[in-house]
Design a protein around this ligand. Structure first.
Ligand SMILES: C[S@@+](CC[C@H](N)C(=O)[O-])C[C@H]1O[C@@H](n2cnc3c(N)ncnc32)[C@H](O)[C@@H]1O
Length: 266
C-alpha cells in the first residue's frame, strides 16, 4: 500500500507541473486535480463555447465536497460562487479552498430555491448533483438556474440516462431510484432521452452529448463474491437474489451512460 501511495503522489506531481505550464494560474500555485472525465469535458467545453460577451461569473449548484470543481474556475480567473444543501459538504469544500488559496464564495442552500438575484451569473452548472433530485425537482432546479443566469448565459447540466447499467435501488416513480450512498439515503434519477430534451424547450441548446462509458476493467475484476455482496433486497430491477446473480453473467454491460447539455438562456 505505501508503494502505491508513493506512485500516486509522483503521478499527481507530474500532472500538476504539466498543468501549470499549459494554463495560466490566477493567484494560486496549486493545480486542482481533474477527478473525472466528465469534469474534463466541462472544462474543455467552457473554453470552447464560453466567453462571447460573457463576464467570468460562475455558480456551481451542489458545489460541496473535498475536491470542489469550482477550484478549476478559480484557476481560470472566474469569480466563483457555490451552493450546496449539505453544511458538511460546504465545510469540506471551504477547507480545501482555504488550504490551497482558492477564493470561493460558498454557502449552504438549495438549488431548487436559489438565494441569488435574477441574472447574476454568466455560467451556472451542476456536476453529478442534480441527479439526486426527483424529476419534478429537476424541473424546479433548472428553472432556478435559468433565472439566475444573465441573458445569453450558459447552463451546463448533467443527466444520468436510463441506459446506465445496472440500475440498482428501489424505483419509486419511473427512473427515480432510492438507495444508499456511504450509508446515507439518496435518490438517483435516470432519464429517457426525450425527458432530457423536455427540460430545455425554452432554451437555445448549444451542445448536447450522450456518452456511454464502459468499464471493462471493472467487469474483469468484479468477482462473484463482490457481486453477491452488492445484492440489494430492495432492488426493483433485480427483485430476487437469483435475478441479481443471473445479471453477473451480463456484467460486460457495465456502463455509465449520461447526457451533458449546454443550454443558453434566451
Ligand atoms: C455527488 S456530490 C457532487 C459534488 C460536486 N458537484 C462534485 O462534483 O464534486 C452531490 C452534491 O450535491 C449536493 N446536493 C444534493 N441535493 C442538493 C440540492 N437540492 N441543492 C444543493 N445541493 C444539493 C449534495 O449535498 C452533494 O454535495
Amino acid at each position: 500500500m505505501p508503494r502505491q501511495r508513493e506512485d500516486t503522489s509522483r503521478c499527481e506531481k507530474a500532472v500538476t507541473e504539466n498543468a501549470k505550464r499549459s494554463h495560466p494560474r490566477h493567484g494560486v500555485d496549486h493545480v486542482a486535480p481533474i477527478t473525472r472525465p466528465m469534469l474534463a469535458w466541462f472544462l474543455y467545453m467552457i473554453d470552447r463555447v464560453g466567453e462571447d460577451g460573457l463576464d467570468r461569473t460562475v455558480l456551481d449548484c451542489g458545489a460541496g465536497g473535498s475536491t470542489p470543481p469550482l477550484a478549476h474556475f478559480a484557476e481560470r480567473g472566474y469569480e466563483c460562487h457555490g451552493i450546496d444543501i449539505s453544511e458538511e459538504q460546504v465545510q469540506r469544500a471551504a477547507a480545501y479552498a482555504e488550504e490551497r488559496g482558492y477564493d470561493l464564495a460558498l454557502r449552504v442552500g438549495d438549488m431548487r430555491d436559489l438565494p441569488y438575484e435574477d441574472a447574476s451569473f454568466s455560467y451556472v452548472y451542476e456536476l453529478e448533483s442534480m441527479c439526486h433530485l426527483t424529476k419534478a425537482d429537476t424541473g424546479k432546479a433548472i428553472a432556478e438556474m435559468t433565472r439566475v443566469l444573465k441573458p445569453g448565459g450558459l447552463l451546463f447540466a448533467h443527466f444520468m440516462s436510463t441506459d446506465f447499467w445496472p440500475l440498482t435501488g428501489s424505483e419509486g416513480a419511473p427512473g427515480e431510484f432510492a438507495g444508499l450512498e456511504c450509508g446515507e439515503p439518496v435518490i438517483h434519477s435516470y432519464f429517457e432521452d426525450d425527458e432530457v430534451a423536455s427540460y430545455f424547450e425554452a432554451h437555445d441548446v448549444v451542445w448536447k452529448e450522450k456518452r456511454f462509458t464502459y468499464l471493462p476493467l471493472r467487469t474483469r475484476t468484479t468477482t462473484l463474491e463482490r457481486w453477491k455482496a452488492w445484492y440489494d433486497p430492495k432492488s426493483t430491477r433485480f427483485p430476487t437474489e437469483a435475478d441479481w446473480l443471473a445479471a453477473y453473467e451480463e456484467r460486460e454491460r457495465y456502463c455509465y451512460a449520461a447526457w451533458e447539455v449546454i443550454a443558453q438562456r434566451t
